[in-house]
Design a protein around this ligand. Structure first.
Ligand code: S3P
Length: 447
């Protein structure tokens, strides 16, 4: 595929009411748990981005019936816990770390061999973090150096339950172990010193599994699952993705005169670190009509242009906003004063090395930025940065969208080398943002 460059220049005041696409984390999990249930599950608001479509295809290859109805609701007819069948080809998970790691967990306790691959970004990402605990449960792995994809998972014939303390805060690793624990006799426990997103726990419970969550002193959790539950097909309603909402939210804060409403956004506290940080920076974001949607809290957001100030973001907040640092760094470059984002080592192993990608892009756009150890420090004077840069997005959707947002309020236009990655999580990004007043165009073309 030829690259798809895109440029972003000063936007008119953004205004309108939008719904961003469904939550990526919840969408992956709904397809997977639907496939492990007896009966039919319905999924409303599923994210139809490339990452999730790769998971849908994988679940089909493993024997589940997955179909999109004409009304846009997805149906999954499952095979029951332990009922997946060997796929007759390699499972290509595209760009999706969540799809790959969670599925590796599920298949670690199915007694057959599965083969995984993905795009250049996914093939470079570390898988040892899931291989290590899943091997303790009895699965075998054959992968490339560093435990990278392509990789084969040799499912355990007689899986063993484990109690495992996560060495890094990762919802993907936690979820992989819990999903392996479904087809494992006895009690599988994951201990996390810092709480990470709990969508797997909430959804497992929704589908009928027995999950016990003990809160530990200091904010951690111990999550235990009893193996061999009977999961039953359920109705899932997927909230709008807060990680996608982050881009129009910050765009509205930065572009003078803006006022934007985002409806039905997921506001799970373990995902809400960005909203908390932006509030501390002086952002005018109002949460209205808070409600519960199939076990997940959602709200409407009213966002108005705001003058921001620099803040110190503690490392303890990283798990609740891990995907939001690219756009927070953009917000920080328009703020008055210094923003120090601490403890970001995990950003180095995302879809790209995000610490390097953010720092490189900001510096090219004339922002004063430093990486010190695992901290990212951005100094702003309260005015718009120069812009005028061409940013390489490195197959990373969030780097692409963050710099396009920067271009909406920077002094000179910004461009990215390839917008294709945006389709992994936010297929309508360009149309939706231009509908609000942004000016995202193909350089040299008509847009
Ligand atoms: C996710 C967990 C996070 C996040 C990713 C989605 C999930 O990854 O960055 O986009 O759905 O569980 P880690 O588990 O690697 O922190």
């Amino acid at each position: 595929m030829p690259p798809k460059p895109l440029s972003s220049s000063l936007a008119a005041a953004l205004s309108g009411r939008i719904r961003v696409p469904g939550d990526k984390s919840i969408s992956h999990r709904s397809l997977m748990l639907g496939a492990l249930s007896v009966g039919v599950s319905t999924i409303e608001g599923l994210l139809e981005g490339e990452d999730v479509l790769a998971t849908a295809a994988a679940m089909r290859s493993l024997g589940a019936h997955v179909e999109r109805r004409p009304d846009g609701v997805w149906e999954v007819a499952g095979r029951g816990v332990g009922g997946l069948a060997e796929a007759d080809d390699v499972l290509d998970m595209g760009n999706a770390g969540t799809g790959a790691r969670l599925l590796m967990g599920m298949l670690a306790s199915h007694p057959f061999t599965s083969f995984f691959t993905g795009d250049a970004s996914l093939r470079s990402r570390p898988m040892r973090r899931v291989i290590e605990p899943l091997a303790r449960m009895g699965a075998g792995f054959v992968g490339r150096s560093g435990g990278r994809l392509p990789l084969a998972v040799i499912g355990a014939q007689s899986p063993i339950p484990i109690s495992y303390e996560l060495p890094v805060p990762s919802a993907q690793v936690k979820s992989a172990i819990l999903l392996a624990g479904l087809n494992t006799p006895g009690r599988t426990t994951v201990v996390e010193k810092e709480a990470t997103r709990d969508h797997t726990e909430l959804m497992l419970r929704h589908f009928g599994a027995e999950i016990v969550v003990d809160l530990l002193p200091g904010g951690g959790r111990a999550v235990s699952l009893t193996g061999h539950p009977e999961l039953t097909g359920r109705a899932v309603v997927v909230p709008a993705d807060p990680s996608s909402a982050a881009f129009p939210v910050v765009a509205a804060l930065l572009v003078p005169g803006s006022e934007v409403v985002l409806t039905g956004v997921g506001v799970n506290p373990l995902r809400s670190g960005l909203f908390q940080t932006l509030a501390e920076m002086g952002a005018d974001i109002q949460f209205t009509d808070r409600r519960d949607q199939a076990g997940e809290p959602v709200a409407d957001l009213l966002v108005r242009h705001s003058a921001l100030r620099g803040v110190d973001v503690p490392p303890s907040r990283a798990p609740s906003m891990i995907d939001e640092y690219p756009i927070l760094a953009v917000a920080a470059s328009f703020a008055r004063g210094q923003t120090r984002m601490r403890g970001l080592s995990e950003l180095r192993v995302k879809e790209s090395d995000r610490l390097a990608a953010i720092a490189g892009g900001l510096a090219a756009a004339g922002v004063k930025v430093t990486v010190s150890g695992d901290d990212l420090i951005v100094d702003g004077d309260g005015g718009p940065p120069a812009g005028g840069a061409a940013v390489a997005v490195r197959l990373d959707h969030r780097i692409a969208m963050a710099f396009l947002v920067m271009g909406m309020a920077a002094r000179r236009p910004l461009s990215i080398d390839d917008a294709a990655a945006i389709d992994t999580s936010f297929p309508d990004f360009v149309t939706l943002m231009n509908g609000l007043g942004a000016r995202l165009v193909v350089p040299g073309g008509e847009g």
